[in-house]
Design a protein around this ligand. Sequence first.
Ligand code: NAP
Length: 316
Amino acid sequence: MKKRKLGARGPELSVIGFGAWAIGGQWRWGWGATDEAEAVRAIQRALNLGVNWIDTAPVYGLGRSEEIVGKAIQGRRDEVIVATKCGLRWNEAGEIRHDISPSSIRAEVEDSLRRLRIDVIDLYQIHWPNPNQSEINAWAELLKLKKEGKVRRIGVSNFDVKLMRQCEKAGHVDSLQPPYNFFQREIETNILPYCREHGVGVVVYSPMYSGLLSGRFDRSRLAADDWRTGHPMFNEPKLSHNLQLVDSLRPIAEKYGQPVGGLAVAWTLRHAAVTSAIVGARSTRQVEENVKAADCTIDDQDVQEIEALLQQYNAH
Ligand SMILES: NC(=O)c1ccc[n+]([C@@H]2O[C@H](COP(=O)([O-])OP(=O)(O)OC[C@H]3O[C@@H](n4cnc5c(N)ncnc54)[C@H](OP(=O)(O)O)[C@@H]3O)[C@@H](O)[C@H]2O)c1
């Protein structure tokens, strides 16, 4: 699979990364029950097909996603770049809170290393900014962890340019993890140009808007405790409008032999500042389909056609 260098300092990431949120199973922001054996197979299939990196987080399934990743990469540590995060903690009742205090981060990194069964994290990211705590102190802690060899590279997620600039002053930001898809394009204005200019790698999340843009989304198949059941974009009146956009994109996707999801992933990769798209999957079937997007280059005329369809969508 094609690879791109993560920002100015690397490493080389496959243009598609495995997103491990959905395999975490049941929790406040879960996707219904997970089939652990299938999740392990999905990760291993992704590695066999050239995916060389996995994005997870402690909070995905309250530790479960990291544990499943740890299991799946046993014996294959050298083939995989493991990215995880810090900053979202939970209590016994499963309630989530933001905490980016240095002491909390220090505790989290040890928990992640244990669950992932590894001795160094390849990319460690602050999951979300927290206006009630100092992001700069959190960043200083990540710099310390890097110096100590607990983590190899450090990045941020959901940060704006102002915060990234502040962090960069203390030490290089290796990566940013922002949302990017047909519905969420805010990063195009300032964030992507900033990242290009400052050698910050960009690993985009939810390229298929958590399955909505896959071309196969079916609301009736969602489990009652899937977080998407409560989200306005997956409910009427927006859902029909969103799925109309998907239908209008189908002929373009078909030209490239892709489902709309593949087109959506390839569309994020058209941007030179984007290093890799993190694509979530729960089965080998999904992985096998999704990796094909790595070889899809959308020509300029079709990029314009997609732009026109997005404008029509936004006008209604
Ligand atoms: N940093 C952050 O704040 C943040 C936030 C969100 C996500 N992320 C990261 O980004 C990753 C990807 O984002 P995401 O999981 O939101 O969304 P995504 O990659 O846009 O969509 C993934 C979901 O789409 C469905 N899907 C995948 N392949 C498919 C296929 N071939 N055909 C039909 N459906 C398919 C699956 O759900 P169903 O089969 O259940 O529909 C899958 O869980 C996450 O796993 C996580 O690592 C990070």
